[in-house]
Design a protein around this ligand. Sequence first.
Ligand code: XMP
Ligand code: MG
Length: 175
Amino acid sequence: MLKRRVVTKQELDGILERLADEINRDLEGKDPVFVGVLKGAVYFFTALTQRLTRSVAVDFIQVSSYGASTSSSGMVTLIKDLTVDIAGKDVYVVEDIVDTGITLVDVLALIAARHPRSLKVVALLSKPSRRKREVPVDFVGMEIPDVFVVGFGLDFAEQFRNLPEIWEFAMEEGG
Ligand code: XMP
Ligand code: MG
């Protein structure tokens, strides 16, 4: 069930505005490729990149995520690879949420192997209290406590991605 709103539409707009400002400044002199991590980052990715004041190349990557108890660095499987050649480019990886950091560490390793000139991370949400891998997140929308959230791209069993706001999700008690 949806328990409470964690990020409202208005807060999302504010976050997007601030991140776009920071990233627009960072883009000076760059040859950027924005890489969205499917599927969770899609809503954030389109909202953010539309606020950039210059043209950027966009691409997507999809990896499998393992359950937290069985994940270990280097274990993600590539489901959909990039189609843009990122060698020598300035890559911005766009993620929905950084939780333990395990997925991101693996995604960054996959991307770094293609020799970008630079590599930065943009995450809409971060749960710092859950981190198991030290991973650089250059632009963070909002830090949240250790609750499971859905909406604006984030899912529970593929549901709720299309909600325009972010909600705390809890399993039905006794259900
Ligand atoms: P790690 O632990 O590797 O996990 O940083 C990142 C991925 O785990 C998923 N995740 C969530 N998905 N609500 C979601 O819908 C959450 O609260 C949540 N926490 C982690 C997500 O797929 C993310 O890319
Ligand atoms: Mg995800």
